[in-house]
Ligand binder design. Structure first.
Ligand code: PHE
Ligand code: ZN
Length: 900
């Protein structure tokens, strides 16, 4: 494992320099053995004529070097730390052969980067800088080579041998020492950066399907899993087929390979990886059956399968010049997977639900990141450890930046821009600037093209902009003047910000809730009929022909990743909640009303109110719940109160216990006040037969689950046994995991005595289903705290025979659910949560720095905390930071957290 030796190195974007050598071809031969794998790497290199002649410095990590040959002969070399330096290479620009022989120990690889073993199967993970743990190389994405890979291994233990591209040869090995061994040779027809290299070797089985693309080309699609899991691969494979079809239809992008494989592993640091033609997935995003996976799992599988497949063009065919450009592929590919999921929706309402869910992630995770010590631009300027920059900012905010481009140039214009992007850059390693330029150049008359330098500040400036809106109705002039003012708080290293280009989609509602026709005094200032483009610190927009004061609906569809502030009255928000034709803003109105009540109760003096909600709000919520035409999925979202973490972000000083108490009081009040309505909702939606996969029936299940939670919460208050009993019954009888888990969760989250029994039964039912056990652990670690009962429960869970700290999914199921997703339980006045956190960060860092560094971020927002939390949190972070042998990963996170 590599740990810091001396001071850390900061990598800066402005220091980018092209590589002094190119690697044209790579021929790799692996002799796979868990204890000692031998890697023969034969490369063809040449000097980059554009760079001054210099030594070749090859990256390496935890490798044992046995031999180095240049053009077949021995050569002098030296080590600079872990870097292999070759100073006496042939002069001139002719290609030469470099042969490097190394060994590594996959079974000892606990950080799951490079070549590792999971349940007896070999896997690789090379993004971002894992390839250097396999062989010495120029481990940077702008070095693209053609790969030939030969895998040699014991045939009985590793019958399946996979790598990128096409299988060109396979068979038994001959000669002494090769008894029972076989080989497979793969050739990837496309050049690629080494982070997209992959191999898999093990005893796996595949579900497969042939598809014919538009061009008439036939492709073999395969999903590889362990023997017993084949029955859970149907959904992943059909998601893959849909992805292939969608990318052809929407972007004209066809599969460029004869064979496209997905392989699942239960030991994976992230969600999945887009290796060329050989995607490797966390089992969580592959395996699903009605009995074991929830509707959310099904939806996630669809979008992650899509995401990795879409990378084949956005990421693989066109890749990143350097890791600062990560959002070039990630922001764009998240945007594409979001659009994919939306396009698969069959109703406008289902599309809106998907949009609301995406925005919720952005606001609950990315906004806090953008306001905390790890804040960074979508295209960062520097990093210590690149693994720390696979963030919601690069991914989700990056996707919003791409979405704004589409909003500014329109859907067709965006397609033209994508076409131009591929025309210009196919096969290249490029930058975020190149992407924005292509979209703008394809749409010369757009606001994007006119103000491209202003727009690109989204890539260079961190922080969430704040837009203050003020509306003024002039009855005599029949005008409504909207004044929009923007600002952006300072972030680390960026004290002052320049104005952003912010598309603000708008509507004006009349007294009946209908949209007024929009007419601007300056007609040109309205893009696509409903979008204002704010690009200065403050601008005024005058709507004409307005006869009565309208209710403004701003930032429709969440048209920009900003905080919108506007002093709307309760009456105006209730009007939007009841009528807005934009479903996003309809939901948003409810959230604003709820947030307003939460903040009032939190900020009031004295003990927090036990009934923070008023009749107006409750009636508004009742109307949504009982609405005759809104669909169930939307209702469930609208009736869900803003998360504790989102509420906390709105406060300058946060008392997490008070936030928790107030939100719980609001939930209880909604449970009691709407009791008859929850009963109605349950009766109306619970019986929808088998779990049809569609969004409509999923929505009904979601609302049913919410109703049960509310009814169990109410029962707890009134000591009523009927609903908990029914919930337990439903838990037992459920025909699918969504209903079963929702019922279980209703019992657990309402603190019902029956929860213990249900949990025990659930564990017994699913003791052999790893992904279901993850849910079982997560549910308990994430349950609402009652008198400090969760931490002892968490400590106990860690001693459970099924708990394995080294398996990332299992570790996350307990530790992240507690430290990152359960603020009311984690922030304890006795600081025990923080002590626990620091122990675990240090413990995990010793074997898997990436997972440790993510856990380390649970205390990012410590500076906002009230005392005694604040001091206790700082102490815990300082304790971690003081350890001498921290990884770069954790070191960067905790030192940034402690910085002023
Ligand atoms: N590139 C992967 C994705 O977004 C994520 C990933 C990063 C996976 C680093 C593993 C390691 O699709
Ligand atoms: Zn990705």
């Amino acid at each position: 494992m590599t740990f810091r030796e001396g001071p850390v190195t900061i990598v800066r974007r402005e220091d980018y320099a092209p590589p002094p050598f190119w690697i044209d071809t790579v021929d790799l031969v692996f002799d796979l053995d868990p204890a000692k794998t031998r890697v023969l790497n034969r490369m063809r290199l040449r000097r980059n004529p554009d760079v001054a002649p210099q030594a070749l410095r090859l990256d390496g990590e935890d490798l044992n070097l046995a031999r180095v040959l240049v053009n077949g002969a021995g050569t002098s070399f030296r080590m600079d730390g872990q870097t292999l330096v070759l100073e006496n290479l042939p002069e001139g620009n002719d290609p030469f052969e470099l042969e490097i022989f190394t060994t590594c120990a996959p079974e000892k690889n606990t950080q799951l980067m490079g070549l590792y073993v999971s349940q007896g199967t070999f896997f690789t993970q090379c993004e971002a800088e894992g390839f250097r743990r396999i062989t010495y190389f120029l481990d940077r994405p702008d070095v693209m080579a053609s790969y030939t890979v030969t895998l040699r291994a014991d045939k009985r233990q590793y019958p399946v041998l996979l790598s990128n591209g096409n299988l060109v040869e396979s068979g038994d090995l001959e000669g002494p020492g090769n008894e029972g061994r076989h080989y497979a040779k793969w050739v990837d027809p496309h050049r690629k950066p080494c982070y997209l290299f992959a191999l898999v070797a093990g005893n796996l089985v595949a579900r497969e399907q042939r598809v014919v693309s538009r061009s008439g080309r036939e492709h073999l699609l395969q999903v590889y899993v362990r023997q017993g899991d084949l029955g859970k691969t149907e959904h992943a494979l059909s998601s893959l087929v849909k992805s292939v079809i969608w990318d052809e239809a929407r972007f004209g992008l066809s599969l460029d390979l004869d064979r496209f494989m997905i392989v699942a592993t239960s030991d994976f640091n992230m969600g999945a990886m887009e290796n060329k033609g050989l995607n490797i997935f966390n089992t969580k995003y592959v395996l699903a059956s009605q009995a074991t996976a929830t509707d959310t799992d099904y939806a996630n599988i669809e979008s992650v399968v899509g995401h990795e497949y879409f990378h084949n063009w956005t990421g693989n065919r066109i890749t990143c010049r350097d890791w600062f450009q990560l959002s070039l592929k990630e922001g764009l590919t998240v945007f594409r997977d979001q659009e994919f999921s939306m396009d698969l929706c069959t109703t406008p309402s289902a599309r809106a639900v998907k949009r609301i869910e995406d925005v919720r992630v952005l606001r609950t995770a990315q906004f806090p990141e953008d306001a905390g010590p790890m804040a960074h631009p979508v295209r960062p300027d520097s990093y210590v450890e690149i693994n720390n920059f696979y963030t919601v900012t690069v991914y989700e905010k990056g996707a919003e930046v791409v979405r704004m481009m589409q909003t500014l140039v329109g859907r067709e214009g965006f397609r033209r821009g994508m076409d131009l992007y591929f025309q210009r850059h196919d096969g290249q390693a490029v930058t975020c600037d190149d992407f924005a330029q292509a979209i703008a150049d394809a749409n010369p008359d757009s606001e994007l093209a006119r103000q491209l330098p202003v727009f690109k500040r989204w890539y260079s400036q961190a922080g969430t902009p704040r837009v203050q809106a003020r509306g003024e109705f002039d009855a005599a002039a029949h005008t409504y003047t909207l004044t929009l003012t923007q600002s952006c708080p300072p972030t680390p290293g960026q004290a002052d910000k320049q104005p952003f280009l912010i598309p603000v989609a708008v509507g004006l509602l009349d007294a009946h809730g209908r949209d007024l026709p929009l007419q601007l005094q300056d007609a040109a200032a309205l893009t696509h009929g409903n979008t204002l483009v704010l690009s200065q610190a403050s601008q005024q927009f005058v709507f004409t022909g307005i006869d009565a004061e309208p209710v403004p609906s701003l930032l429709r569809g969440f048209s920009a990743p900003v905080v919108l502030a506007m002093d709307l009255s309760d009456a105006q928000l209730l009007h939007l909640l009841a009528h807005d034709s934009d479903p996003f803003n309809r939901w948003e109105a409810g959230q604003r009303l709820a947030l307003r009540r939460a903040l009032a109760a939190i900020q009031a003096d004295g003990a927090p109110a036990t009934e923070p909600l008023d009749a107006g709000f409750i009636e508004g919520m009742r109307a949504v719940l009982r609405h005759p035409t809104l669909d169930a999925a939307f209702k469930e979202l609208a009736l869900t109160l803003p998360a504790e973490s989102y509420i906390a972000e709105q406060l300058d000083v946060v008392d997490p216990q008070r936030v928790h108490t107030v939100r719980e009081a609001m939930r209880r009040q909604l449970a009691l006040a709407l009791h008859a309505d929850w009963v109605w909702a349950y009766e109306e939606h619970h019986d929808n037969g088998a779990a049809g996969p569609g969004a409509l029936s999923a929505g009904r299940r979601a609302l049913t689950g919410m109703a049960l939670t509310m009814l169990c919460l109410a029962a707890r208050e009134t000591n009523e046994p009927i609903w908990p009993g029914r919930t337990y019954q439903r838990f037992k009888d459920a025909g699918n995991m969504t209903d079963r888990f929702n019922a279980l969760s209703a019992l657990v989250s309402s603190g019902q005595p029956l929860a213990a029994q249900a949990l025990e039964r659930f564990h017994a039912m699913f003791k052999d289903e790893a992904l279901v056990l993850d849910k079982w652990f997560a549910l308990q670690a994430g349950a609402p705290d009652r008198g400090g009962d969760i931490l002892p429960r968490v400590r106990q869970l860690l001693t459970h025979p099924d708990f394995h700290l080294r398996n990332p999914n299992r570790a996350r199921s307990v530790l992240f659910s507690y430290c990152s997703a359960n603020p009311g339980a984690f922030h304890r006045p006795d600081a025990a949560g923080y002590v626990f956190w620091s122990e675990k960060v240090v413990e995990i860092d010793a074997f898997n720095p990436q997972v440790a560094a993510r856990l380390a971020r649970a205390l990012d927002r410590w500076k906002k905390l009230a005392e005694p939390y604040r001091s206790a949190a700082r102490e815990a972070i300082a304790r971690v930071a003081a350890k001498s042998d921290l990884s770069n990963d954790v070191h960067e996170v905790v030192t940034r957290a402690l910085a002023d």
